[in-house]
Design a protein around this ligand. Structure first.
Ligand code: R5P
Length: 312
């Protein structure tokens, strides 16, 4: 892999190192710091001419800093004559702003796509986008990975009977169906209404959960409001045990405290698409790494091999 170069910004160097370990390459040398007034300062410390470059940077909190770092790194790599630049964005921030759901609001996910392309990204590699249609916001190739293959192994080992996979809203049905199929489980859907950015309310359960072991699956947990509401509703409806598998642990505000207090939730599986090292010791939280999945996808992109066959 003499033409590959893997760089990381400050968002998640731990994941970048794990990916490099899988690829058996060293993390390339870049300085990403700040000028005294706060502007981002980038300097690539090695030759990247003709290199197939991968920049690993989830746009997780601090979202704007991480996004800006990514854009500036891409600009620097383009001007340094990299052959191809792939932005590896394990968690794509702003993805929930993907449509005009009220008058006079932006479509920020589309703006971010435009910014990445304008900066000079040639490809995007990402995982469990909030909405698959965001792929269409890009006019460059985008590979979309799914964490289901990594998270499912844990549940398969538990060998739970009478299993129901729960989609916490209608938007998540496709993802829930993928879990249900692999776990040979049935599917139930929560009819969720969002009252405010922090509060969600479940109106109905579509499907049978009484006396069942249930797994709530979702693309992300931010405030934790959706998950806690789902757990309370499922408990009231007579679920025997409640677990959750959520790809991206944004865990903003009081989320960690809420999860700690939520005794009806047996465990929450989360990937390391976002740094979680501060939370690893939390009760109920299990972090599963996606470094190998991302590393394998990078290897296949570099070798011009199929990425979709990763999902077979
Ligand atoms: C919503 O459509 C998403 O899939 C998540 O359920 C939601 O964004 C989670 O946010 P929070 O944890 O703040 O309820």
């Amino acid at each position: 892999m003499d033409k590959i170069a893997v760089f990381s910004g400050n968002a998640h160097p731990e994941l970048a190192k794990d990916i490099c370990k899988y690829l058996k390459v060293k993390l390339s040398d870049i300085f990403v710091g700040r000028f005294s007034e706060g502007e981002i300062r980038v300097k690539i410390n090695e030759n990247v001419r003709g290199k197939d470059v991968f920049v690993i940077q989830p746009t997780c909190p601090l979202v704007n800093d991480n996004l800006m770092e990514l854009l500036i790194m891409i600009d620097a790599l383009k001007r340094a004559s990299a052959y191809r630049i792939t932005a590896v964005i394990p968690y794509f921030g702003y993805a929930r702003q993907d449509r005009k759901d009220q008058p006079r609001v932006p479509i920020t996910a589309k703006l971010v796509a435009n910014l990445l392309t304008t900066a000079g990204a040639n490809r995007i590699l990402t995982m469990d986008l909030h909405a698959g249609q965001i792929q269409g916001f890009f006019d460059i190739p985008l590979d979309h990975l799914f964490a289901v293959g990594v998270l499912i192994d844990y549940f398969l080992k538990l060998n739970l009977k009478d299993l129901v996979v729960i989609s916490p809203d209608v938007g998540g049905i496709k993802m829930a169906r993928a879990y249900a199929k692999r776990l040979s489980a049935t599917l139930a859907i929560l009819d969720k209404r969002r009252i405010s950015p922090e509060k969600a309310e479940v109106m109905h359960i579509l499907g049978e959960v009484e006396g069942k072991n249930v797994i709530v699956v979702d693309d992300l947990i931010a405030t934790g409001g959706s998950l806690i509401e789902a757990v309370q509703t499922l408990k009231k409806a007579g679920a025997k045990s409640i677990r959750a598998a959520i790809t991206h642990g944004v865990l903003s505000g009081e989320a960690i405290g809420l999860i700690d207090k939520c005794e009806d939730l047996e465990e929450l599986l989360i990937t390391d698409s976002i740094p979680l090292s501060n939370h690893k010791k939390h009760l109920r939280l299990k972090v599963i790494s996606v470094a190998e999945l991302l590393g394998e996808a990078i290897k296949r992109i570099y070798n011009e091999e199929s990425v979709s066959s990763l999902f077979d």
